[in-house]
Ligand binder design. Structure first.
Ligand SMILES: [Ca+2]
Length: 103
């Protein structure tokens, strides 16, 4: 009987922990990898949406401490900032809702 090397990275595919990676368990590998990739992507998107929301909050709070003439000079940029930030967060929420509905 063939064995995996000690500390093999494929050990995690032994799902029932009997020390044997069976054909059936190997056939799950692709599915597991796909799920892991999807999960990583989801986490990255969640992080992006979170940081966007956070930076919008910080930006808004910072506005209170910036002299009025600077706020006015920056208004074009800040408008764009809010619109694109809301776009990112909205797209995240939309796709998340759509994906979870799709299953
Ligand atoms: Ca097994």
């Amino acid at each position: 009987m063939k064995k995996l090397q000690k500390g093999s990275k494929y050990e995690e595919y032994d799902e029932d922990g009997d020390g044997i990676v069976s054909d059936e368990e190997l056939s799950h590998v692709k599915q597991i990898k796909e799920t892991e990739t999807a999960l990583r992507k989801q986490v990255a998107q969640l992080r992006m949406a979170r940081y966007t929301l956070l930076s919008m909050g910080v930006f808004t709070a910072a506005m209170f401490f910036i002299p009025l003439e600077r706020v006015e000079a920056l208004s074009d940029i800040s408008n764009l900032f809010y619109l694109s930030g809301a776009g990112i967060v909205g797209a995240y929420m939309g796709t998340t809702a759509w994906m979870s509905k799709k299953g």
